[in-house]
Design a protein around this ligand. Structure first.
Ligand code: PLP
Length: 456
């Protein structure tokens, strides 16, 4: 067998990658002409590549490496757990210590009576689980017609059949026959792009009231749940107007609709509190978790259920689960990650120290001629690019072309930022330092300048 290592020339690695690896969310044929950047290592907020470059990762991988890269403690816990009990399932009346300990810890950290965890290996799987849970919940309560889940256009909940249907991404729906039946989408609270002449507050209220209209149109007896991210991530870091969530909560309470907060990005400190629902002041019945749960060191996700939802599900044999639900190594690593977040006061430090600095610096990017709005909450932020700040105009030509160009300039300048259409977004490790924030802002500004020069 050929030995493929970090020491191979980049071009050879890229050629093998292009020949045999199918990348997610990519036009794979393109890798034959422009090879993928080969990431070989990482430490703190920094990635290294096969050419010896150091890259500031302002996306924490895919919004997940909350404690930063290179924490030996997690590697040690994983190795110990692999030796002790590398695998066992939790089907058929068995359990193990890592999953017991992690579940108890999550029940302690989660707000309200969210005390019961069903595991998966990813956010997509967890949202598929949620679909089955909410429908089973209502069926068990004698209301089997309550099946419809209301979600939002431009929300993101994963890319499996169920979670991709819950999401409101047209690019996903257009492939593979999504959405599946009984999913209904309403508008998103994106004032910058869709608010027109309304005030952000009025617009937020109007978008929340679309939930009430949808419930009335579909019939209260048909609607099982509403699912949303406290702050939309993949949709472009859309921070809703302050009027939005209180109205959503009111409507869910009034019509007895289960509220699912998809905390896959917002959870574990990203918005400045343990969970996004705490930042937004809402009381979900179910939370979806993944990503920051293990800081991405192991694939693990889950659904945290309220006492009430759990009581109904627990009373029946719920025929659902995955081979790796509550995997012992993933659970042990997640628990160690939570210990670090808690003992090193990572979230408190973000709130009191680095967060305000990041906010001030990030918002200063609004002074750039091409940035119409720079908004950030905790450690997730978005720049809305525009050729005309006063009118919030879109660029001529294909939407996202300027964002793509700026993203490419960032990457060339050794900064990972992501573009969503013509928004540039960040979600750095929560442990980013003030000096690293300065580097981030400097490189972002330079990349915006270069992108603007090319856009002309
Ligand atoms: N939910 C949200 C809010 C997400 O942002 C994501 C992924 O980005 C998912 C669910 C899907 O998670 P996964 O990619 O682990 O399946």
């Amino acid at each position: 067998m050929v030995s493929i290592t970090n020491h191979m020339p980049t071009a050879e690695l890229q050629a093998l990658d292009a020949a045999h690896h199918v990348h997610p969310f990519s036009t794979n044929a393109g890798f034959a002409t422009k090879g993928a950047r080969v990431i070989t290592g990482a430490d703190g907020c920094w990635l290294s590549d096969s050419e010896g470059e150091k890259i500031l990762d302002a996306m924490a991988g895919l919004w997940c490496v909350n404690i930063g890269y290179g924490r030996d403690e997690l590697a040690e816990v994983a190795a110990r757990q692999m030796k002790e009990l590398p695998y066992y399932n939790t089907f058929f009346m068995t359990t193990h210590v890592p999953v017991i300990a992690l579940s108890a810890k999550l029940a302690e950290l989660a707000p309200g009576d969210l005390n019961h965890v069903m595991y998966s290996s990813s956010g997509s799987e967890a949202n598929d689980t949620n679909l089955r849970i909410v429908r089973t919940y209502w069926a068990e309560k004698g209301k089997p017609s309550k099946k419809v889940v209301i979600a939002r256009w431009n929300g993101y909940h994963g890319s499996s059949m169920g979670s991709g249907s819950l999401g409101g991404m047209k690019s996903i729906h257009s492939q593979g026959g999504l959405p599946i039946p009984d999913i209904h989408h309403i508008g998103q609270p994106d004032w910058w792009s869709e608010g027109g002449d309304m005030s952000p507050e009025d617009f937020g209220l109007m978008r929340a009231q679309e939930l009430e209209q949808a419930i009335l149109e579909l019939g209260e007896d048909k609607v099982a749940a509403f699912i949303a991210e406290p702050v939309q991530g993949a949709g472009g870091v859309i921070i809703p107007p302050a009027t939005y969530w209180p109205e959503i909560q009111r409507i869910c309470d009034k019509y007895e609709i289960l509220l699912i907060a998809d905390e896959v990005i917002c959870g574990f400190g990203r918005t400045g509190n343990w969970f996004g629902c705490q930042t937004m002041g809402i009381r979900p019945d179910i939370m979806t978790i993944a990503k920051g749960l293990s800081s991405g060191y192991q694939p693990i996700g889950g659904s945290i259920l309220s006492d009430e939802v759990n009581a109904v599900i627990a009373a029946t044999e719920f025929n659902h689960g995955y081979t790796y639900s509550g995997h012992p190594v993933a659970a042990a690593v997640a628990l160690e990650n939570l210990r670090i977040l808690e003992e090193e006061k990572v979230i408190a430090r973000l709130q009191d120290d680095t967060g305000p600095y990041l906010k001030e610096q990030f918002e200063s990017l609004a002074q750039h001629p091409m940035v119409g709005e720079a908004k950030i909450i905790g450690a997730m932020g978005s720049l809305a690019l525009t050729p005309d700040k006063a009118t919030r105009a879109k660029f001529a030509g294909k939407e996202g072309a300027v964002g793509f160009m700026v993203r490419e300039r960032c990457f060339a300048n050794n900064l990972v930022m992501r573009h969503v259409g013509d928004r540039m977004i960040i979600s750095p490790p929560l442990v980013i330092s003030k000096a690293e924030i300065d580097t981030l802002i400097e490189r972002a500004w330079k990349s915006l300048d270069e992108g603007m020069a090319r856009a002309k």
